[in-house]
Design a protein around this ligand. Structure first.
Ligand SMILES: NC(=O)c1ccc[n+]([C@@H]2O[C@H](COP(=O)([O-])OP(=O)(O)OC[C@H]3O[C@@H](n4cnc5c(N)ncnc54)[C@H](O)[C@@H]3O)[C@@H](O)[C@H]2O)c1
Length: 366
């Protein structure tokens, strides 16, 4: 367990931070990374510092004109962030052909970044998919490609949407055959907070309700997290995924202005619900997720809490509450747990446990 070689697909707001956080954890060596334009591979270990420096303020969040040409596998890769591809100028953080990983001395331009990582995957223990989820079946299809190449190891994502979990379950036989342990929804919420809810539920014999309420202050991380903000907009009343995908950067800015930089979300389609249900904790319909995002302040607009209400074996009704310190950032709460779940995934993979696992499956349970 002391030597895990891992790759990151997507070095945007989340993927870059995963690489950075991994430097503070023992036994994790980043050996490969890619974004939409480029790939970097070094089986002795990437120079993460150089890669982060080269991609600072330049994360290839949206597609550039070069990728409008002839993508090698259009249906699999080109549409990964859906209509954002059609937005004039694409993402805000790209710098033409030099966007993202290709700006690093370790990066090579490619039109097939994911296939390039798959080609190197024999000696890679785990692959973190920090990819956009505006096309819901994109991550399941990427998993399928790893399985078709007989990858044996861990795939882990930080996706949010409930409906994607079923798409992964549909592919479970293929993943098992290949020897893949897929850990899904392993960021903050779902992820960290789903695991906390599973733990908090252990006092009870019957769980009535799980309430997840998150607060994120993103001022200094706003530029790096526009991909995530776009996805979150789809959860606002009156918006859906299609609209969010097709909004221009100007429209997003106007919407944020209208809300004075603070977006409040209720009844989000966050996979905490199906992940808790599949782990036998409670019914999906008893899980409620909402939160407040402030893109103009680093202070959290509200404290992130998980409240689990239930009945104990001896007839008491109670609420167990798990609270994050306001000082912990979204980046810390996504990437720390993602790497922790990655390590748990590798432990399971090495023990021969293959298939699809959610965060709550890796906690105490019945
Ligand atoms: N669970 C959580 O708590 C949580 C929190 C934040 C973000 N997220 C999720 O993390 C994911 C990533 O978010 P982000 O803010 O880093 O997005 P981003 O747009 O900043 O980064 C996406 C990265 O993927 C790359 N990419 C896109 N298409 C690709 C392709 N076809 N091949 C290779 N690389 C490709 C881009 O170049 C970029 O590097 C999103 O799905 C978001 O919902 C989850």
């Amino acid at each position: 367990m002391d030597d895990i070689r891992f790759a990151v697909l997507g070095t945007g707001g989340i993927g870059r931070r995963t690489l950075e956080v991994s430097q503070h954890k023992d036994g994790l060596t980043a050996v490969a990374a890619c974004d939409r334009n480029g790939v970097a591979v070094d089986h002795d270990g990437l120079d993460v510092g150089e890669l982060l420096e080269a991609t600072e303020g330049n994360i290839a969040s949206g597609p550039d004109e070069a990728s409008d040409s002839t993508p090698a596998t259009p249906t699999d890769d080109y549409a990964s962030d859906g209509g954002a591809a059609a937005v004039e100028g694409g993402g805000v953080k790209q710098h033409g052909d030099e966007a993202g990983i290709v700006a690093s001395s370790q990066g090579e331009p490619t039109e097939t970044p994911i296939d390039d990582i798959i080609a190197e995957s024999d000696t890679i223990d785990a692959v973190l998919l920090a990819l956009p989820n505006l096309e819901h079946d994109f991550i399941p299809r990427v998993a399928e490609r790893f399985a078709e190449a007989d990858y044996e190891g861990v795939l882990i994502d930080v996706l949010k949407r409930s409906r994607v979990i079923g798409m992964l379950d549909d592919r479970e036989d293929l993943l098992k055959e290949s020897g893949i342990t897929f850990v899904c929804g392993a960021g903050a919420t779902p992820g960290f907070l789903t695991g906390a809810a599973a733990l908090a539920a252990q006092s009870f014999v019957e769980v009535e309700e799980v309430e997840i309420w998150w607060g994120v202050g993103l001022k200094s991380g706003y530029e790096d997290n526009r991909g995530t903000v776009r996805e979150d907009i789809a959860h606002l009343d009156g918006y859906d995924i299609e609209q969010a995908r097709e909004m221009s950067e100007e429209e997003i800015e106007a919407l944020i202005d209208d809300h004075d930089g603070v977006l409040e979300f209720h009844d989000m389609e966050h996979a905490d619900d199906v992940l808790l249900e599949r782990a036998g904790i409670c019914d999906a319909e008893d899980v409620h997720v909402g939160g407040v995002l402030d893109v103009r302040s680093d202070e959290k607009p509200t404290t992130t809490t998980v409240s689990v209400t239930g009945t104990t074996f001896d007839g008491e009704t109670g609420t167990n509450t798990f609270e994050l310190d306001d000082a912990t950032s979204m980046e810390a709460n996504v990437n720390g747990p993602a790497l922790g779940y990655l390590k748990a995934g590798v432990r399971n993979n090495r023990a021969g446990h293959y298939g699809v696992f959610g965060p709550a499956d890796l906690m105490p349970g019945f």
